[in-house]
Ligand binder design. Structure first.
Ligand SMILES: Cc1cc2nc3c(=O)[nH]c(=O)nc-3n(C[C@H](O)[C@H](O)[C@H](O)COP(=O)(O)OP(=O)(O)OC[C@H]3O[C@@H](n4cnc5c(N)ncnc54)[C@H](O)[C@@H]3O)c2cc1C
Length: 472
């Protein structure tokens, strides 16, 4: 079956584009230690969504001993804490968040709620039956998000009108048709939309057709953070914010050190630190933190809405390697994200020097899709760090010398929904219930090797330059 060109193969292609550098560096890395220590730095969340950040809890101010310490207050950490307490209400579970909950990708993303995982989205693996199971699992999780929102009484503006992947070329159309045919034969309710059907849904005529997944949707990301924070606290988890963990002494019982000098003894540890995980010494050669950009307009007027013709409130992303994704907020602002990502040397997160050019790229793309919006100003623009794995494949599982460290990461820009699937799996693994998940490819999946600096920087920059040049 032809494969869709999309961001899914972004890093892999980058690696291939610079194959010599990457392969050579694997050998060099064996003899070259990490030369540059990574900084434990967290920049503030400047996103439009951050205006809805839930009130922050106080930081940890004493030494404590707990059953489970969850590091990271994003979707993965908060959902893991919720599920662990739901399974084991007798366990003391704490979430330690360096800034406020939702300061990371969970409170900054493109709001698309998607089924599947990044490496399987519109791509069958060698095991289509498992792919179908992943579809069902992730579609069911979206229904769970809705139930949790109702149970906590927090409206996270979840709309399950489906999600579109819009197609840029006739080859994309061919690939999407073939995918949809096979998926439907397996019982997946996905659809192929031709150009006219797509135009009547989103108004724009710049695409050749679309893949439609009726199970997908969109959400207000920070309000979803709020849902999970409330669910975790209602289940009895304690959440400490502005509490960064600066060091981990692994053991049968771990000893964590916060940057403010407190210690936490924990029998189990959950690493829900996403793109920041390598800073704690874990998954150093598995993840590249890549910066992506998102912007939002002011609410569109009735006239502007009628002009663009986005009649069905369905969000969409395209099939390019440097993907663009768009959605409509409930008060009819358009948010658009994607375009050229950036990578800072040594996994840095502090460099925002090129932000202006990224926002102008987003503006240009918005005007290309909806010419009547050319000249419309963004009300806010921000960035966020995506945890890319080489294959865009995620992994959830257990690690550590004593197998008492649990983790979920490698979402590669496809984690709004998948993170809480992994939160649930982490809770099962922590309770010793591994069997139900054994057939899923993401369980304990070993992530492909990514070299240390300076080879990492060279490979990623060269790959990005190649895609910018070819427009692929
Ligand atoms: C710009 C952007 C657009 C995206 N768009 C989409 C989209 O449209 N659809 C989609 O499905 N996915 C999207 N994603 C991906 C999705 O947002 C992520 O996969 C998901 O939010 C990851 O959640 P998480 O909880 O694992 O990580 P995060 O939300 O990043 O949470 C990790 C948390 O750990 C904390 N932390 C890190 N280190 C420490 C430490 N040492 N001590 C204490 N706390 C620590 C951080 O402060 C952070 O809050 C996007 C991501 C970005 C950045």
């Amino acid at each position: 079956m032809p494969e869709l060109s999309s961001r899914r193969r972004f890093l892999k292609k980058a690696a291939i584009a610079t194959g010599g550098a990457v392969l050579g560096s694997v050998g060099l890395n064996q003899i070259s230690p990490r030369l540059w220590p990574e900084l434990l730095e967290f920049e503030p969340n400047q996103s439009y969504w951050a205006k809805s950040q839930p009130p922050q809890n106080p930081p940890l101010t004493q030494d404590i001993a707990v059953d489970v310490a969850v590091l990271g207050g994003g979707f993965t950490g908060l959902s893991a804490a919720y599920y662990i307490r739901s399974i084991s209400p007798h366990k003391r579970v704490v979430v330690l968040e360096a800034k406020g909950c939702g300061n990371g990708a969970s409170g900054r993303n493109g709001a698309m709620v998607l089924t599947m995982t990044e490496d399987r989205y519109m791509n069958f693996s060698s095991s289509p039956a498992i792919d179908r199971k992943i579809y069902e699992l992730t579609a069911e999780n979206i229904r769970t998000l809705s139930k949790l929102s109702a149970a906590t009484g927090i409206d996270c503006e979840l709309e399950t009108n489906g999600a579109l992947q819009v197609l840029n070329t006739s080859d994309d159309v061919k690939a999407a048709k073939a995918y949809v045919q096979q998926a439907r034969s397996l019982g997946m309710p996905v659809e192929f939309w031709d150009k006219q059907q797509l135009i009547s849904a989103i108004g724009s005529n710049v695409y050749e057709g679309a893949f439609f997944d009726p199970s997908g949707g969109q959400v207000h990301p920070m309000k979803l953070v709020h849902v999970f924070k409330a669910a975790a606290e209602n289940a009895g988890a304690e959440i400490y914010e502005n509490t960064a963990v600066a060091g981990i002494e692994e053991g049968r019982e771990h000893l964590l050190h916060t940057s403010s000098g407190h210690t936490i003894k924990a029998k189990s540890l959950v690493l829900a630190t996403n793109a920041f995980t390598s800073r704690l010494g874990f998954f150093r050669n598995s993840i590249v933190p890549v910066r992506e950009y998102v912007a939002v307009t002011q609410p569109l007027s009735e006239r502007q809405l009628a002009e663009i013709g986005w009649s069905k409130r369905v969000s969409f992303n395209d099939t390019r390697t440097e993907v663009f994704y768009l959605g409509l907020t409930q008060d009819n602002r358009i948010h658009i994200g994607g375009g050229s990502p950036s990578y800072s040397f040594n996994n840095g997160v502090g460099d925002t020097s090129s932000a202006a050019s990224h926002f102008s790229q987003l503006q240009h793309e918005l005007a290309r899709i909806y010419p009547s919006l050319s000249g419309v100003q963004f009300e806010a623009g921000w960035d966020g760090i995506v945890d890319w794995s080489l294959d865009e494949a995620p992994s959830v599982g257990r690690t550590g010398k004593n197998k008492n460290i649990f983790y979920g990461l490698g979402y590669s820009g496809h984690g709004v929904n998948l993170t809480s699937v992994f939160g649930r799996i982490i809770a099962d693994l922590e309770a010793g219930r591994e069997e139900p998940w054994q057939r899923y490819p993401f369980l304990n999946a070993s992530l492909d090797y990514i070299p240390n600096e300076p080879f990492r920087w060279v490979a990623v920059q060269a790959g990005m330059a190649w895609y910018r040049l070819t427009g692929a």
